[in-house]
Design a protein around this ligand. Structure first.
Ligand SMILES: [Mg+2]
Ligand SMILES: [Zn+2]
Length: 189
């Protein structure tokens, strides 16, 4: 597991855990391999600003098996990470930490979602218990990871017709991250 721990740590008891690809940025079936392939959702930038204004800490929790598949090199991976942090910061939001699993499924690690390893690590870093946060993801394995960690799962289903695949049923479903954030933390700022 790779951890990037920003400073300062979120002080608040309110922390939200977010999947990256498909929630923060548009996902690609062939992985996000270079900084040029990042396209951050507009509603996500707004959601990040709202979270910062409300004092909610943000931690990314992302599977990046493209690394150990040999499709993403370390330098590009680092630059992608930095670009996401920078873009969010530029728009008034803040990412406090990020946890990434570089492993392929056949490596049977404890961090690749739906295993709960990264969610536990994120909660330990933030000093909270899994049930005190939410994990927002877009895939069935995210919802399973949430269930395995004992954390409420929130699923983003951006296009109609998605979200009917099998997996652990999420406790909440929204079309956008902004919709989820406003619903969880309230519309008033
Ligand atoms: Mg995803
Ligand atoms: Zn892993």
């Amino acid at each position: 597991m790779l951890a990037w721990l920003g400073s300062p740590k979120p002080e608040c008891d309110r922390v939200i855990l977010l999947d990256r690809d498909g929630v923060v940025n548009v996902n690609r079936p062939d992985y996000i391999k270079t900084p040029a392939e990042i396209s951050i959702y507009e509603d996500c930038l707004e959601a990040m600003r709202v979270l910062e204004q409300k004092g909610v800490g943000v931690i990314l929790v992302s599977n990046q098996s493209g690394i150990n598949r040999g499709l993403i090199n370390w330098e590009d991976f680092r630059q992608i990470h930095e670009e996401v942090i920078r873009r969010v910061g530029e728009c008034g939001g803040r990412i406090h930490a990020a946890f990434y699993c570089p492993h392929r499924p056949d490596e049977n690690c404890e961090c690749r979602k739906p295993a709960p390893g990264m969610l536990f690590a994120a909660c330990r870093f933030a000093g909270i218990k899994p049930w005190q946060t939410f994990f927002v993801g877009d895939s069935p394995s995210d919802m399973l990871a949430a269930q395995n960690a004992g954390c409420p799962g929130v699923r983003i289903v951006r296009t109609q017709g998605e979200g009917t695949d099998t997996g652990s049923s999420p406790e909440f479903v929204f079309q956008t991250l902004l919709g989820a954030v406003l619903s969880i933390y309230g519309k008033d700022i």
